[in-house]
Design a binder for this molecule. Structure first.
Ligand code: ACM
Length: 639
């Protein structure tokens, strides 16, 4: 790769405007003088007042894509720089990741050339290093289990069994279950000592399996002695969790012998606190190859999470191959300077794409199923649909005024139109293909963040409102989502959506599950309205939120700061009145990808908060212990 010859630096002055000021300096380090160019950068701190920019001309913006021209006649010789600033911003910057995430130049001959960027520098104050995210912690019982079991009454042994193996007479299914968790351990810790073997070992200990009709499907019991380990389980999931517990116990005792041991005697009686223990991944803002998705599913299984919520579409891309509409994953995924979708969120001069072919989807679903993880696919409609609208322009009402509304992320006219008949033809075919790919009982249809005012400049939508005797964006949204629900019901599936599905009249509560993301109170209100709910409040469970207020801590801040301790301690059930508790089906981590431009940022933001949520999903409140969690978390896997 050629070294990049241009660099854009950005700094933040809190006092420089009503919402502060961003100052940019473009350096020319190339051999040639630079003139007659335009500069593009992507930034979530958006310019909303084009007039409030100094020493540059604002040309255009699309969501977080920004384009500027330098002052007329500017020529930058090698080593020279151009400084400009913008102060008409949509919000204040709070963290080092709030500046330019990428940049490029468009030269006078039309070529696009890369520009290196640095994280946003804070000016006029010292940006202290971020605090440690985990204390050293302490353990009472010396066992490296995460999530911690419901009941444990075990005595630590001095030595370790070399491996655990199926007792003579174990069934092929029991052996296969060992093989499965052994392979999982090997994928997550390829250099680690195998916890199991199928062959007996004189230095090992046999596992005696027993299926129990008394235990729930995900429950298991372990009884330890110097001679053998008895594993009773409800169903296959319970057996897998029992074996995962054994693998974690051995792994921790080997890797951190000063702190952790393997039980010599005693029992573990374990079952999950909640049935829905989810983790969501946004693959639209950034693309994750199939191998990364499978590894994340491995990590979920290691932490006994059982739902992978796959956010497959958004404004920035439609990642799911739909054979009836191939442009969704050609036109609807490529982002670049000359592509129908402009660069966003870290994209530069080079076009980027990525989607999941149906064969890959099947492989991912099968991988998850083998680990008792259910894949719940999401297509985010009617809002967040720029990519679909770019791929299939016939989805729009051609008479609707352009830029008649903007989403909170700054996308113009980005919602599927409930009054365009093709919208429903399109969705029928998409759902047909989705239900063939995803065996889950649930299909997630988004429903979030439709901008108030959407469709009001669409003549077709106005006509529909008149005919239906309804008015306003959210009444129309409810009309649309009721039809979507009928499509899912006809296919034997339940509707999952974000909390705004309930707006404007909502949809029927039966077989509907809503995710409370805006704040915890919303979850209680939805339960009161009769919806089943999963709690995903941004304030605790959005893993893209920064983990401290420090400037140098990466991540978003619109929902506040979520320290790992806060995420761990948060009790989603907290304020639920007793009579509504049965509607609360579980909890879920959400991995929104706007800031995840590198593996480093992913791992830094997702861990240790993902296992913290896994423990909140599994472990009874009375057994939660932050310091114990902190001691064990460093042993966990990362992407
Ligand atoms: C969401 O964060 N818009 C669900």
């Amino acid at each position: 790769m050629q070294p990049v010859s241009y660099r854009l630096e950005s700094a933040w002055q809190p006092e420089g405007g009503p919402k502060g000021r961003l100052t940019f300096v473009l350096f020319n380090l190339s051999e040639l003088p630079l003139s007659g160019f335009r500069l593009v950068y992507t930034s979530l701190t958006r310019v909303v007042d084009p007039a409030a920019c100094q020493n540059a001309t604002f040309l255009r913006r699309n969501a977080n894509f920004h384009e500027f021209a330098p002052p007329e006649g500017l020529v930058l010789a090698r080593g020279e720089s151009w400084t400009f600033s913008v102060s008409g911003l949509n919000r204040e910057a709070r963290h080092c990741t709030d500046g330019a995430k990428s940049a490029y130049l468009t030269l006078s001959d039309g070529r696009h050339v890369p520009v290196a960027v640095s994280d946003l520098r804070l000016e006029g104050a010292t940006s202290e290093p971020p605090p440690a995210r985990l204390p050293e912690g302490r353990v009472g019982l010396p066992f490296a289990l995460q999530p911690w079991p419901a009941k444990i009454d075990a005595v630590a042994g001095e030595g370790l069994p070399d491996v655990l193996f199926p007792a003579a007479g174990s069934s092929a299914e029991d052996m296969e279950a060992i093989d499965n968790v052994l392979a999982l351990h090997h994928r997550l810790f390829p250099a680690g000592h195998a916890p199991f073997s199928l062959a007996p070992s004189g230095q090992g200990r046999p596992i005696v399996f027993a299926k129990s009709g008394e235990l729930g499907g995900e429950a298991y019991r372990l009884a330890f002695s110097g001679r053998e380990i008895r594993l009773e389980y409800g169903q296959a999931a319970g057996r897998q969790y029992g074996l995962t517990t054994l693998a974690q116990l051995l792994d921790g005792a080997r890797r951190h012998a000063a702190r952790f041991r393997f039980p010599a005697a005693g029992t573990i009686a374990d079952q999950p606190r909640y049935g829905w223990r989810g983790c969501h991944l946004d693959v639209a803002r950034q693309f994750y190859p199939t191998a990364d998705v499978m590894r994340l599913i491995d990590i979920l299984a290691w932490f006994k999470l059982n739902v992978f919520h796959w956010h497959l579409t958004d404004d920035e891309a439609w990642r799911l191959e739909i054979k009836a509409f191939l442009t969704l994953t050609t036109l609807g995924v490529m982002r670049g300077p000359d592509e129908p979708l402009l660069p966003q969120l870290g994209n530069g001069a080079a076009p980027v794409g990525g989607f999941y072919a149906q064969e890959e989807v099947k492989a991912i679903v099968a991988h998850a199923a083998a680990l008792n993880v259910e894949v719940v696919p999401e297509i985010d409609i009617p809002g967040h649909s720029t990519a679909a609208l770019v791929a299939l322009p016939e989805l729009a009402d051609g008479q609707e005024a352009p830029e008649s509304y903007h989403s909170v992320q700054g996308y113009p006219n980005n919602a599927l139109n409930p009054a365009v008949p093709f919208t429903y033809e399109f969705l029928e075919k998409v759902f047909d293909e989705m239900v063939a790919l995803f065996p889950s009982r649930y299909v997630h249809v988004g429903g979030d963040e439709v901008a108030n005012g959407s469709w009001l400049a669409s003549p077709l939508a106005r006509k529909l409102m008149e005919v239906q005797g309804i008015s306003g964006t959210f009444a129309l949204q409810s009309h649309f989502l009721k039809k979507v629900k009928q499509m899912l019901t006809a296919r034997g599936r339940k509707l999952v959506g974000w909390n705004e599905v309930a707006h404007g009249g909502g949809v029927g509560t039966e077989d509907t599950l809503l995710m409370a993301w805006e704040n915890p109170r919303v979850g209680i209100e939805l339960a009161r309205e009769g919806y089943d709910v999963v709690m995903t409040p941004g304030q605790a469970y959005y893993l893209d939120m920064a983990q401290a207020d420090a400037w140098q801590e990466p991540g978003a801040s619109w929902a506040g700061t979520a320290t790992p301790e806060h995420t761990y301690a948060y009790e989603a059930e907290g304020e639920f009145p007793e009579e509504l508790k049965s509607r609360m089906k579980g909890v879920q981590a959400c991995i929104w990808s706007e800031h995840f431009l590198s593996r480093d940022y992913f791992n830094r933001l997702v861990f240790p908060r993902l296992p913290a949520i896994a423990e909140a999903a599994w472990t009874p409140k009375a057994q939660k212990d932050w310091l114990r969690f902190a001691a064990i978390a460093p042993l966990g896997p990362m992407l």
